[in-house]
Design a protein. Structure first.
Lengths: 174, 439
């Protein structure tokens, strides 16, 4: 159990790192576009689409990492007054009965859509650059798959506490 | 029956108050009500929402404005600014507090989110103000109110998020908030000065120091500390105002500028850059995931006929434009006690935008009024982000009661700002009309 959840943590960490640094080509691309427009009088055809592709890919792939870091904001006025065990219960119940079923539903549909887009060769149709759409849709799938895995990892860590099994110190051993 | 669609709110609020993450609460609510309304085809609607939010060019400004601020916070510019500004303000009554507000304005104008700015400024200013025996409530109010100016002083991520939802141009919002933002910050300074003139012990003047540097040196230190950040601020805001670049492009220029600034001050380090990059990812993802959850939820709500029901309810109340606007702003103020800004914006704006538009309200004006009300949400406990940040860095002598009492005058000042901009809509609408004339 612990090895699985730690492996998922590492996976989210690596994708988070990649997702985070996507901001550098984003900055560079936009600055180049402005220079190209005013200095060379020749705006690019790719800057507009590259911007939303990089931004979208960045935060989608960052969702799992952000969950791992505990950085998805909570309204914690009440939550902080709960015992650690009740906090774990809120998370476990929410994950098991609400979030996970939805994510699994979404992921199993997103992979079909990504595959179908790959086969049909559909393009984005947003600008003259018009790149193929399947890589972006593959990112949707990957991002939600990673998020699902990270939710499972969080669940494995919190389940013993929520159920009241296992020594409270078991968390410290990892 | 369409009225059942209104059950979406108690369901969502229950999840939120139990402390389930906001983004996931909204996604779960969307899934439950979407499945109820659309059955199995809801998943396709949800996928469309992912595609919409992920392909939004305007929202690309979010990570860029966040990065710009994160990088500056790690650049060590704060120390230089603090020193430079206080050389000029320290002999005023309450001078340290006034200088702190000025520093907060500079930071707010170079950062899109509220957050770490308060920590950076607070770590510098609190110990000095404590040493000079400033009134503790005044210290809290100054740092909390000043540190949360980032929303109302452009650039502002809140405006970037609000614009597409309210169907107004982000450029109009960023330009329209210039005067309300400056009015608010100005009121803070006038209040501090006034308080310290009437009660000199609240912010004692600092006696003329022997080591007061000669004027030429003072000017040089100031120029060195102030000109580069001001140059960057004008590059970003100026190019938006003059229509040279879209807000997204201006944000990219600002991000590049923030890196160049650290090189200029020789404070660049790969570690700081890495920290800024990963902090930016976390904040951006947190915001974007909530926008995604919120837009899924709005989709389910609209599909279940919720907007029509809301419209009927509001029409039956015969409110008129002013009454409707008052209700939305009041709801936002109340929500601000418990909810964070993203939840407030994502819940209220999509529901009320069609109603407000039908009533003929100017949406730019409304959005800025909502931004001003959102300012209060940072300060109003129990869910008061500004106080949480303060608590993390406050000395033990400052108690929670000092904090709660300290922010109240500043909340009043925020309402005075609101009253000013509601009474004279030109404070908002004049500048965009002047600058952003098409063609």
């Amino acid at each position: 159990m612990e090895r699985v959840s730690r492996a998922i943590d590492r996976l989210s960490g690596v994708t988070g790192l990649i997702a985070g640094w996507l901001i550098m080509p984003l900055i560079a691309g936009m600055c180049y576009e402005v220079i190209a427009r005013y200095v060379f009088h020749a705006p690019t055809i790719w800057a507009y689409e590259l911007t939303y592709l990089l931004t979208g890919a960045g935060w989608l792939l960052g969702m799992a990492y952000t969950l791992r870091q505990g950085a998805h904001i909570r309204i914690d006025v009440v939550y902080l007054n709960f015992s650690p065990r009740n906090r774990a219960r809120v998370d476990v119940l929410g994950y098991v009965f609400l979030l996970l079923p939805f994510l699994v539903w979404l992921v199993t549909t997103l992979d079909d859509r990504a595959l179908a887009t790959f086969r049909s060769g559909e393009k984005t149709g947003q600008s003259a650059w018009n790149p193929p759409l399947w890589p972006f849709r593959a990112v949707f799938f990957a991002a939600f798959l990673l998020l699902t895995l990270q939710v499972i990892a969080e669940l494995m860590r919190k389940l013993p506490l929520a159920l009241g099994i296992g020594a409270p110190g078991s968390e410290a051993k990892r | 029956m369409a009225y059942t669609s209104l059950l979406i709110f108690p369901f969502l609020l229950t999840l939120l108050f139990l402390g389930f993450p906001v983004a996931f609460s909204m996604m779960a609510t969307a899934a439950v009500f979407g499945y109820w309304t659309f059955g199995g085809s809801f998943v396709f609607q949800a996928m469309e929402k992912i595609e919409d939010v992920a392909s939004n060019f305007v929202l690309a400004a979010v990570p860029l404005f966040v990065f710009m601020g994160s990088m500056l916070e790690r650049s060590g510019i704060a120390d230089k600014l603090f020193e430079a500004i206080h050389m000029w303000t320290r002999r005023l009554p309450g001078g340290l507090a006034v200088g702190t507000i000025i520093m907060c304005i500079v930071f707010a104008a170079s950062s899109g989110v509220v957050g770490a700015t308060e920590t950076v400024v607070g770590l510098l200013a609190i110990p000095v103000m404590m040493r000079y025996r400033y009134n503790k409530e005044l210290i809290v109010g100054t740092i909390c109110a000043g540190g949360s100016l980032g929303t109302i002083i452009p650039p502002s991520v809140v405006a970037v998020v609000m614009g597409p939802l309210a169907d107004v141009s982000v450029g109009d919002l960023l330009v329209g908030m210039v005067f309300p933002g400056l009015i608010m910050a100005g009121l803070y300074m006038v209040y501090i000065l006034g308080l310290c003139i009437v009660y000199p012990q609240a912010g004692p003047r600092i006696a003329h120091a022997e080591d007061d540097p000669p004027l030429a040196l003072k000017l040089r230190i100031t120029a060195e500390a102030l000109i580069p950040p001001l140059f960057m601020i004008f590059a970003v805001l100026g190019s938006i105002m003059l229509g040279w670049a879209s807000p997204t492009e201006a944000a990219a220029i600002g991000s590049a500028g923030s890196i160049l600034l650290t090189l200029f001050y020789r404070t660049f380090s790969w570690r700081a850059l890495q920290e800024a990059v990963m902090k930016t990812l976390q904040i951006t993802t947190m915001i974007m995931a909530i926008i995604l959850g919120g837009s899924m939820m709005t989709g389910a709500f609209v599909g279940a006929g919720g907007i029509l029901v809301a419209q009927e309810l509001v029409n039956s109340m015969q409110l008129g434009a002013a009454g409707l606007m008052a209700i939305v702003l009041f709801l936002a103020f109340i929500a601000g006690f418990f909810l964070d800004w993203i939840s407030i914006v994502l819940i209220l704006v999509p529901i009320f935008t069609p109603l407000l538009k039908a009533a003929g309200v100017n949406m730019v004006w409304f959005c800025i009024a909502l931004l001003v009300v959102i300012q209060t949400s940072y300060l109003s406990p129990p869910m008061a982000p500004a106080i949480f940040y303060f608590r993390a860095i406050s000395p033990p002598e400052i108690t929670t009661m000092h904090m709660y009492r300290g922010v109240i005058p500043f909340i009043v000042l925020q309402f005075i700002t609101l009253a000013i901009m509601l009474t004279w809509p030109q404070t908002v609408l004049w500048l965009p009309a002047k600058l952003l004339v098409p063609g």
